[in-house]
Design a protein around this ligand. Structure first.
Ligand SMILES: [Zn+2]
Length: 385
């Protein structure tokens, strides 16, 4: 470990669903923050409310609403092209903050067996028009990717199964999809799994292995064990003072957002949190030294500069990426897609959808934390949620 090493990223592998990269020159807390940020602070679109006009399938409304909520929808660019519905001026969702999807399938006499209802049956509808005088909303629409809201498995051979219908059964629903983050519900997570490993040879003794006869034979080496950065430290003093220096991250996406965008947005979300804190701390130090900044004088300066939630200009922020975008959500949280039925007997169900999904996209326990890590050796002792 060299304290003067600058933060650096080495990309090892990148494809549509997977990113493997090494992060070095940072503290472990920063690597873990990035992992959590990618998992929980990157916005996607997911179905949040379902209206059932007809459901004679074997599954109850709540069950289907839950499954629908966990279907990854294409969410590229929603970070800056879609408004959080809680921040919108509309009453019940509009084109600035909502995507509408419908599904109406009946299993007729012509079907020879059970009819598989999949994401291929979901079609996107036009959302209600937003306020035409809302200039900001109009700008959001211009930036939006035309594919936003379609199921992410569009074009693939095996589509996600929603329910099976027998002859005479029908499912007729309308779904409202909103922007959200996984901190509010796991269905908004852009990642199916994200974890990191470090110190593959356990030189730092952060892990103690249980074994029967031979530790090395019973614990296979980590993927990163062959990296040259992991050379054995030299002197005894070096062993004692050594710190983790390189973190080997692996992020697997759901298909909602290209996984490389998830990494970039994860850094940006982290920057938006760290930037104001660093700025405020530097001001406190200056105050103690008796220096009063111009924008802090009564009646002077830009009031936005005192906004603790505004990201500072990149020049002031050592962790800046290249944006001053202000991320984050506030307000109440809404768990799961809720199911409503005009025929009465509705169920506000679908909550607690944090695990056990139809396709293994689980927000809970996806991190490299503790024993839940697929790479138990060297997992952060305080990782995970
Ligand atoms: Zn709206």
């Amino acid at each position: 470990m060299t304290a003067s090493r600058r933060p650096a990223i080495t990309l090892r592998n990148l494809n549509k669903h997977l990113a493997e990269f090494d992060l070095s020159g940072v503290e472990m807390a920063y690597a873990n923050s990035l992992r959590r940020s990618m998992m929980a602070d990157v916005a996607t679109v997911a179905i949040d409310q379902v209206s059932f006009n007809q459901n004679s399938s074997p599954l109850p409304d709540e069950f289907i609403a839950h499954r629908l909520g966990l279907i990854p929808l294409i969410s590229k660019s929603v970070r800056n092209s879609m408004r959080d519905t809680r921040d919108c001026t509309c009453d019940e969702g509009c084109e600035y903050c909502m995507v509408l999807l419908s599904l109406n399938v009946t299993c007729t006499e012509n079907n020879t067996g059970p009819l598989n209802v999949t994401t291929a049956h979901l079609s996107r509808m036009d959302s209600p028009r937003g306020d035409p005088d809302d200039i900001e909303g109009q700008e959001l629409l211009k930036k939006r990717d035309p594919n936003v809201g379609f199921p992410a498995d569009r074009g693939e051979e095996n589509r996600i199964l929603i329910v099976k219908l027998s002859k005479g059964q029908q499912l007729d629903i309308v779904c409202k999809a909103y922007r959200g983050i996984s901190k509010h519900h796991a269905k908004w997570s852009p990642l199916a799994a994200v974890a990191y490993e470090y110190d593959p040879h356990n030189k730092l003794r952060h892990s103690s292995y249980w074994y029967e006869v031979d530790e090395k034979a019973e614990w296979p080496p980590m993927k990163s064990a062959s990296r040259e950065e992991e050379a054995v430290p030299g002197s005894e003093l070096e062993k004692i003072t050594a710190k983790p220096h390189t973190y080997y991250l692996e992020a697997e996406g759901t298909g909602a957002i290209p996984v490389n965008d998830v990494v970039v947005h994860g850094f940006e979300a982290l920057e938006d949190k760290l930037g104001p804190m660093i700025l405020q701390l530097s001001r406190e130090v200056k105050r103690e030294e008796g220096v009063v900044e111009e924008d802090e004088q009564i009646g002077g300066g830009d009031p936005a500069a005192d906004n603790a939630f505004a990201a500072p200009a990149p020049a002031d922020n050592p962790y800046a990426v290249n944006t001053a975008w202000n991320y984050g959500g506030s307000g109440t949280q809404n768990n799961g897609a809720s199911a409503t039925s005009p025929a009465g007997g509705n169920g506000w169900g679908g909550s607690a959808a944090t695990s056990g999904t139809a396709w293994g996209n689980s927000g809970a326990g996806v991190g490299g934390g503790g024993a839940a890590s697929p790479w138990a050796n060297g997992a952060p002792a305080n990782g995970g949620w």
